[in-house]
Design a binder for this molecule. Structure first.
Ligand SMILES: Cc1cc2nc3c(=O)[nH]c(=O)nc-3n(C[C@H](O)[C@H](O)[C@H](O)COP(=O)(O)OP(=O)(O)OC[C@H]3O[C@@H](n4cnc5c(N)ncnc54)[C@H](O)[C@@H]3O)c2cc1C
Ligand code: FES
Length: 279
């Protein structure tokens, strides 16, 4: 059995600066060895660890879909590891281990509308989900796709070109919003994600909601989803607790009996309500 801790070498094929503040970069990676690729079968919502020799490693949600050739991660410069990673250029070889954790509930979502609600750079694993659901071979299994995605300002939105192309697609309702418009030419909505969700009011009767964002956004989004009629077992949230091993061994990420790395990172809101309140 392969060592689940052992990183495989991956080549950085492309680095894209995503935002005006230049602290969010997307890394597109390819496998150096074909065996690395076969060992990295993932579903949207899972995460991996990236590593730099002599620096360390950190977990990141996988931003690409399983249909894409390259594995994408979008990383915010936060501290020691991510600052070193931001200095890496295309052509470099780094380490990657995973995939870990569970995924969004793709089977439960089948035949239903999907409502995606996200704020800030946590949008990464939801990009993976959207790209997956938009695959022609997959699209027919799911209903309407509503995406409500917000950032502080227009310059902080991720994947800007893709957002424009998704807008054109039938069966997709994309609502992009910013906290503060700043630019008079901003053609879309101004407002906080929970308020924009409330006014968009996607139908809840046959829908599943996937939510990812900073804690404050989650706190104000749940009551709105409840008001719209989404029961807690049809709302799924991805958590980003601190992690060390990623495979349920070190106890760094656990809350009560739950290991966020192994039992999550995706939990139904119903499950979250059952857990100790520090989650
Ligand atoms: C399952 C999972 C998925 C993640 N996905 C992404 C992603 O797609 N993109 C991304 O940019 N980041 C993601 N993160 C967070 C990322 O792992 C941390 O930003 C990273 O570990 C910071 O490492 P560092 O050495 O640069 O920072 P450190 O020097 O360790 O810390 C710098 C700052 O970041 C804070 N920090 C560290 N870890 C976390 C965390 N888990 N949550 C919140 N704050 C943290 C510290 O408190 C400190 O303020 C994810 C975390 C988890 C657990
Ligand atoms: S990160 Fe080690 S147990 Fe979850």
């Amino acid at each position: 059995m392969p060592n689940p801790w052992l990183p495989v070498p991956v080549k950085v094929e492309k680095v894209t600066v995503e935002n005006d503040a230049r602290d969010l970069k997307t890394f597109e990676l390819s496998f150096v060895d074909e065996s690395g690729r076969s060992g990295f079968a993932f579903a949207p919502g899972q995460f991996g660890f990236l590593s730099l020799s002599g620096v360390g490693e950190a977990p990141f949600g996988i931003a690409s879909s399983p249909h894409e050739d390259r594995v994408w991660y979008t990383v915010k410069k936060a501290g020691v590891f991510t600052t070193a990673l931001h200095e890496i250029e295309a052509g470099a070889t780094i380490g990657m281990r995973g995939p870990y954790g569970n995924s969004y509930p793709l089977d439960l979502m089948k035949g239903k509308d999907v409502v995606i609600v996200s704020g800030g750079f946590s949008f990464t694993t939801l990009r993976s989900t959207i790209v997956h659901l938009l695959q022609p071979s997959v699209r027919k299994d799911y209903g309407k796709l509503t995406v409500i995605y917000g950032a502080r300002s227009p310059g902080e939105l991720l994947y800007k070109d893709e957002l424009r192309s998704w807008e054109e697609l039938p069966g997709v309702d994309l609502v992009v919003c910013v906290d503060r418009r700043r630019d008079a030419d901003w053609p879309r909505q101004e407002g906080l994600v929970p308020n924009v969700l409330k006014s968009a009011a996607p139908a809840a009767s046959n829908a599943v909601a996937l939510v990812c964002g900073p804690p404050v956004m989650l706190r104000f989004t749940h009551p709105v989803l409840e008001e719209l009629g989404f029961p807690p077992d049809r709302v799924f949230v991805s958590l980003e607790n601190r992690m060390k091993c990623g495979i349920g061994k070190c106890g760094r990420c656990n809350v009560g009996e739950v290991y966020v790395c192994k039992d999550g990172p995706v939990f139904s809101y119903k499950r979250i309500l059952e857990l100790p309140s520090d989650l």
